[in-house]
Design a protein around this ligand. Structure first.
Ligand SMILES: [Zn+2]
Length: 260
């Protein structure tokens, strides 16, 4: 966010983030996500999964059983949607390597590494080539930011569900979705009470309005110091994070009433 470095303002959302569950099973969640999308279709696909054999902890056969079990429980389908889960050595598998290259390119854009002045021009040319071939539809956010179709900067935005094309989709994996939803719900509730014509300063008399970026954890204790008090609630103001340039969320903390 704009303003101070690491402010002491720690909303409850941020504290809860520190106690987040272990990341170990993220790939299972991700694979289940693919399967869930299929569950409403008439004809189900079967997935053949190749996992890079990096950890001893998860073995293909066990993962296959766990995934199919979860899918059946969640959807009541008897279909064994995960046909095969193999442990492979990525160095020997050309498809896994290709997937790594594509994912690496997306990560390079997503994390804004292209902005580094020491980036190799050949890397940029390669990113251009991938973006050109992928030819992803522009999301409304990308359009608003002036991104051109077939430009690699388009990889910095998640693909919207209705724009998904065969084979190349970028998902934003949000580990803090619950907190985002909570923040949205809080804002909706407070704004509904004030009405669209009210200004942020009006809300600021009752609430301390802070902001947080759930992407990189930057937070700001008091956004009204940024000269935005005149904005109406209808404008749905959200500060842009100075670190990762994504939109932050407003957080409202009721002011303690001072006894007169
Ligand atoms: Zn950020």
């Amino acid at each position: 966010m704009h303003g101070r470095e690491h402010a002491p303002f720690e909303p409850p959302q941020v504290q809860r983030w520190r106690q987040r569950p272990h990341f170990g099973k993220v790939h299972l969640q991700h694979l289940l996500g693919f399967a869930r999308r299929q569950s409403t279709l008439e004809k189900l696909t079967r997935f053949y999964v190749q996992l890079d054999n990096r950890t001893e902890k998860y073995k293909g056969a066990g993962q296959k059983a766990a995934l199919n079990h979860r899918f059946r429980n969640e959807t009541d389908h008897e279909w064994e949607i995960f046909a095969d889960v193999q442990d492979v050595d990525s160095k020997a598998q050309v498809m896994v390597q290709a997937a790594d290259v594509l994912a690496g390119c997306v990560a390079w854009v997503w994390n804004r590494q292209y902005a580094n002045e020491r980036v190799d021009p050949e890397r940029i040319a390669f990113a251009d080539l991938i973006a050109n071939r992928a030819n992803l539809p522009l999301s409304p956010d990308a359009q608003e930011d002036g991104i051109k179709r077939r430009h690699f900067l388009n990889f910095g935005y998640p693909t919207l569900a209705f724009q998904e094309t065969k084979g190349f989709t970028i998902w934003k994996m949000s580990f803090r979705l619950a907190e985002e939803r909570e923040a949205k719900a809080q804002r909706r509730k407070i704004y509904a009470r004030y009405g669209g014509d009210a200004t942020l300063s009006a809300v600021g008399r009752e609430y301390q309005i802070g902001a947080v970026c759930f992407e990189c954890d930057r937070s700001l204790p008091d956004i009204l110091s940024n000269n935005i008090g005149h904005r109406t609630l209808r404008q749905k103001y959200r500060p842009t994070c100075r670190e990762c340039h994504r939109k932050g969320y407003l957080l409202f903390r009721e002011r303690q009433t001072v006894p007169s």
